[in-house]
Design a protein around this ligand. Structure first.
Ligand code: NAI
Length: 270
């Protein structure tokens, strides 16, 4: 049965591969990205997040703000939130946490109008690395100005790398908290995160091209099974999690990481 799916970050990397796979499976995909997408929106900003929801409604048969006085209607069967950056800067928490939450929560009313609705956000193996509790706590409290201030503080003390790991830890914890609530489980919508190890995309290519950085990446993300992944090797897991076949997997952070999580965290967690 063809489904209507919305994928953010659809112009590159994991989002692009996921959109291509879902289309190859016969589904309609609405892509959202900064450019080269059905919906162009900057999801690090409140305006861009509002634009995403408005346009998604319009494109799926509802009314956006431009179409009338109300903001209603529209339906989606799956949402995949892939848009993300790894800058040592507050933009990373704005997009990776607040942009993803706005995508998932903002499109949730369209999902609950859909058929066998499902949602996935991309986490990261970096979520098990050291984080900055001030950033994570502010993000989980929904306090974007405080999360941005804490990110600037991390940058100022030379720990800008913590912004990315914190953004992935906070969105993973948000998934686990939210998935079991009335809004998601109660509405019959599985909500999961997929946490890749190192995937060769424009996000990681500059790092991997530098021998020193590559060595650092390989030591911090050991991948004994099959090494670094291609985006096409992550997309099938995402596609399955948002398929009607997934009836009971929810609130999970599924590591698709060649064994990195098991290598880093051992058998203390499961
Ligand atoms: P990518 O750079 O190939 O794709 C990211 C996409 O997000 C791009 O098309 C970009 O234009 C879009 N984007 C960036 N800023 C945006 C904004 N403000 N608003 C809307 N769209 C925006 O990166 P990749 O590797 O495909 O990353 C996808 C997700 O996977 C990210 O959340 C990333 O953190 C995560 N991830 C990637 C890993 C990797 O090794 N490549 C590992 C673990 C997680």
């Amino acid at each position: 049965m063809p489904r209507t799916c919305l994928v953010t970050g659809s112009a590159s990397g994991i989002g692009k591969a996921t959109a291509a796979l879902l289309r190859a499976q016969g589904h309609t995909v609405i892509g959202a990205d900064l450019k080269d997408a059905d919906i162009t929106a900057d999801l690090s900003t409140p305006e861009g997040r509002a634009e995403l929801v408005t346009r998604a409604r319009e494109l799926t048969g509802g009314r956006g703000l431009a179409g009338g006085p109300g903001l209603e209607g529209g339906r989606l069967d799956a949402v995949v939130s892939c848009a993300g950056v790894a800058h040592f800067a507050p933009l990373t928490i704005r997009l990776n946490h607040f942009g993803a939450v706005a995508t998932l929560a903002g499109l949730r009313p369209l999902l609950t109008a859909g058929t066998d609705p499902r949602a996935v956000v991309i986490g990261s193996i970096d979520s098990v690395h050291p984080t900055d509790p001030a950033i994570v706590d502010a993000a989980l409290a929904g306090d974007e100005p405080a999360a941005v201030a804490a990110s600037w503080a991390a940058v100022d003390r030379g720990e800008g790398h913590l912004v990315y790991s914190s953004s992935k830890a906070s969105i993973s914890r948000w998934v686990r908290r939210s998935a079991i609530t009335d809004d998601w489980a109660g509405a019959g919508v599985p909500l999961n995160a997929v946490a890749p190890g190192v995937v060769v995309t424009p996000l990681t290519q500059p790092l991997l091209a530098d021998p020193d950085m590559r060595g650092l990446v390989e030591r911090s993300v050991p991948m004994p099974l099959h090494g670094h992944a291609r985006p096409e090797q992550i997309a099938p897991l995402i596609a399955w999690l948002v398929s009607p076949e997934n009836t009971h997997v929810t609130g999970q952070v599924v590591f698709a990481d060649g064994g990195a999580d098991a290598a880093l965290r051992g058998d203390r967690t499961w």
